[in-house]
Write a protein that binds this ligand. Structure first.
Ligand SMILES: Nc1nc2c(ncn2[C@@H]2O[C@H](COP(=O)(O)OP(=O)(O)O)[C@@H](O)[C@H]2O)c(=O)[nH]1
Ligand SMILES: [Mg+2]
Length: 351
């Protein structure tokens, strides 16, 4: 059995915290309230919560991996949330159980109310077979994404067979979400065909599927043209999935148009992955990726918390800022300071 957890005595005016057994049972029975509390647990930074969260996630691992994991990315305002709601309703109507997660590395600074994330998926959130979870706040972007990945696993353990992850904001969250899903979907606005080179290239190369949104009203024809431009731009790029040509679709989420074909393409991609060894390969690469990120963050936090580093760092940083010291020199000095003291393997250090 897992390490025991001290009884939680101080929980004034709050619900009693659930034990590992209760959490596991609740997830097994697909209880949404238990799923919500399990996700709150993995989002917590309290050390005793982290212990329990670790036990929980490791215990459910055998029951994960059965969902189709879909990432949705694109610039703010492109229509991600609206599309997820429309697709989610379509899927719920077909009998699927759909969980929606958001990854917002900036949610701490902005209090989670950034421009372009106004759509709350109200209709979908009222569905019994849907579960919607906003982004956790967090100290580091990596921390936010790691919590979301654990939340994804919990959703799978709770029996959700589709998990959709929305990237909020631009930049950091895109790679993180691409590293936790099977199928990564890029949304673009009608008329953005001419600026497809440049900044978006990195994200385009990750796309297993591209979708031109808002193909309705007088934007319909523009959307079709953008689709053609996207197709030829993607043609020049290495495929995000080996042996797979990234399809480009047009949809209108407000009219509910194109959700059937969108889901069909997602399943085709999933089938392409699953029928070769690619799905397993992608997921195990991703697990290794998250191990490295967790180690990076953990080492960094420990380093900053070291009693020999903490008091000196600000002064040294100021010297680097002013140009009196070199970044490399100061880093080496601090790393030596940190790692020489405890008995360490000297051969593992570079020159
Ligand atoms: N005409 C039209 N507008 C849409 C469509 N999808 C979203 N929108 C609008 O675009 C705006 C941004 O949508 P939202 O889903 O919040 O974008 P997000 O920031 O990418 O999540 C909202 O005002 C939506 O009503 C669509 O299919 N057609
Ligand atoms: Mg949104």
């Amino acid at each position: 059995m897992h390490s025991s957890h001290p009884e939680r005595l101080k929980a004034p005016a709050r619900r009693r915290e659930l034990t590992l057994t209760e959490l596991l049972q609740g997830l097994e029975q697909s209880e949404r309230s238990v799923l919500a509390r399990a996700i709150t647990l993995v989002e917590s930074v309290r050390p005793d919560h982290r212990d329990l969260a670790r036990c929980l996630v490791e215990s459910i691992l055998p029951r994960t991996g059965r969902a189709v994991r879909v990432g949705i990315t694109g610039p703010p305002g492109v229509g991600k949330s609206t599309l997820i709601e429309s697709l989610g309703l379509h899927l719920v109507g077909q009998g699927h159980r759909v969980a929606v997660l958001a990854v917002d590395p900036s949610s701490r600074r902005t209090g989670g109310s950034i421009l372009g994330d106004k759509t709350r998926m109200e209709q979908l959130s009222r569905e019994e077979r849907a579960y919607i979870r906003p982004s956790p706040g967090g100290a580091t972007p990596g921390g936010v994404a790691r919590r979301s990945r654990e939340a994804l696993l919990l959703c799978e353990a709770a029996g959700f067979d589709v998990v959709i992850v929305e990237t909020i904001g631009v930049g950091q969250s895109e790679t993180a979400v691409a590293e936790m899903v099977d199928t990564f979907v890029l949304l673009v606005l009608p008329g953005s065909g001419d600026e497809l080179q440049g900044v978006k290239r990195g994200v385009m190369e990750l796309a297993d599927l591209a979708v031109v949104t808002k193909a309705d009203g007088d934007q319909r024809r523009l959307a079709a043209r953008t689709r053609a431009q996207l197709l030829s731009a993607l043609h020049l790029m290495p495929p995000a999935t080996p042996g797979w040509r990234t399809p480009v679709l047009t949809v209108s989420s407000v009219e509910g148009q194109g959700m059937g074909s969108l889901w069909k393409s997602v399943l085709e991609h999933h089938e392409h992955l699953a029928s070769s060894a690619l799905l397993e390969e992608r997921r195990s690469e991703q697990a290794a990726y998250w191990l490295d990120r967790a180690l990076e963050d953990g080492l960094w936090a420990r380093f900053l918390g070291d009693h020999r580093v903490a008091p000196r760092l600000e002064a040294l940083r100021a010297e680097v800022r002013s140009g009196r010291r070199s970044p490399e020199g100061v880093a080496e000095e601090l790393l030596d300071l940190n790692w020489n003291a405890p008995p360490a393997d000297p051969s593992s250090r570079g020159t």
